[in-house]
Design a protein around this ligand. Structure first.
Ligand SMILES: NC(=O)c1ccc[n+]([C@@H]2O[C@H](COP(=O)([O-])OP(=O)(O)OC[C@H]3O[C@@H](n4cnc5c(N)ncnc54)[C@H](OP(=O)(O)O)[C@@H]3O)[C@@H](O)[C@H]2O)c1
Length: 250
């Protein structure tokens, strides 16, 4: 492990809400710094207000290559944040739609955000990850392993992310950079329409689907990410970790 003069940093895309926010909070709790990225500044600034010294907020649209490149430049130029030891490609969009109603526009939006955005950010940040022997954690989905009705574009791109993670793991091992993938099950975040429902409503509609009897919380996924990136994970690469309350087996 490299000897850090400064605290190491984790870069988290989509770090202002849901799972990404919980991941950023976990890294901060473990004594790292967090670079949080998204299109909307407000949710990112909320986190920064809580721990201003350790949080760098960068507005970036992953669907725009120049925005991703600019983000790399800004991170590289910040000595307090450029010791990047983890990139979490977490940003994503979700829409449930039948295959027959899924036109090119939705396929392209899913591709640009859920796969190519992560590819672009990884390509830009690899030199910093190589310098600091860091790791990449890609946030895929159980749907990438076992799709359900009405999710063809989302599930196909999440499956591609899993496969890409494994190629990355092989290629990046030469530079001692690791790449792993986490597959969340159903987690209570703003990505879902049920997010605003009462606990009773959520339990009635989704609780029965979960072998462990409850929907996941963002902190459940953050714990999985930390186990793939934190101390003790040095020999873990190319792995696919389900954190899903058992729904993959249901
Ligand atoms: N919740 C679940 O049940 C579940 C299950 C499996 C996998 N996942 C995956 O977990 C990840 C996080 O989702 P979440 O559930 O936490 O939902 P969320 O709260 O909606 O988070 C998605 C994040 O992605 C960011 N984002 C979207 N498009 C972006 C773009 N073009 N450029 C930069 N940032 C962008 C959003 O910020 P801005 O809108 O401000 O850009 C937002 O912070 C996603 O990849 C999702 O597919 C979620």
């Amino acid at each position: 492990m490299p000897n850090f003069q400064e605290k190491p940093s984790a870069v988290i895309t989509g770090g202002g809400t849901g799972i990404g926010l919980a991941i950023a909070e976990r890294f901060l709790k473990e004594g790292w710094r967090a670079v949080v990225i998204g299109r909307r500044l407000d949710p990112l600034e909320n986190l920064k207000r809580r721990q201003p010294e350790d949080v760098l907020v960068l507005q970036c649209d992953l669907t725009k290559p120049e925005s991703v490149h600019e983000t790399y430049d800004l991170i590289a130029a910040e000595p307090r944040f450029n010791q990047v030891r983890c990139l979490v490609n977490n940003a994503g969009i979700y829409e449930k739609r039948a295959f027959k109603q899924t036109g090119d526009t939705l396929w392209q939006a899913m591709f640009e955000t859920n796969l190519l955005g992560a590819v672009r950010m990884t390509r830009e940040l690899l030199p910093l990850l190589e310098k600091h022997q860091g790791s990449i954690v890609n946030v895929s989905s159980t749907l990438g392993l076992k799709p359900v009705d009405g999710t063809s574009a989302y599930s196909a791109l999440k499956a591609a992310m899993i496969n890409w993670t494994q190629t990355l793991a092989i290629e990046c091992a030469r530079q001692n950079v690791r790449a792993n993938c986490i597959c969340p099950g159903i987690v209570d975040t703003p990505i879902h329409a049920f997010h605003g429902q009462t606990e009773d409503e959520k339990a009635a509609s989704l609780g029965g689907l979960q072998p462990l009897g409850r929907i996941g919380q963002p902190s459940d996924i953050a714990h999985g990410v930390w186990s793939l990136a934190g101390p003790g994970s040095e020999w873990i690469t190319g792995s696919i970790l389900n954190v899903d309350g058992g729904i993959f087996l249901a």
